[in-house]
Design a protein around this ligand. Structure first.
Ligand SMILES: [Zn+2]
Length: 78
């Protein structure tokens, strides 16, 4: 898994849910905890609260906050 320190500029493009076109998702870990994230145009998963760590979270499965969609970052739309 790629770990990146990301400078999360508010102006970066965010990818959207293919169903409801919102840009906020959850990722989950094995314990069932979740963190709210966005995905930028480089398909990098970024927590909306910069102090939150994504360590241990499965970044390959996103759960849309707006509908029942779930899937990989590569499935998102511009
Ligand atoms: Zn959705």
């Amino acid at each position: 898994m790629r770990i990146a320190i990301i400078n999360s500029s508010p102006y970066m493009k965010k990818l959207l849910c293919p169903q409801c076109k919102i840009h906020r998702f959850r990722v989950k870990n094995e314990k069932g905890d979740s963190v709210v994230v966005i995905v930028n145009e480089n398909y990098e998963v970024v927590p909306i609260h910069p102090e939150e760590s994504l360590e241990g979270f499965d970044l390959e499965v996103l759960y849309c906050l707006g509908c029942s969609w779930k899937g990989s970052p590569r499935s998102l739309v511009h």
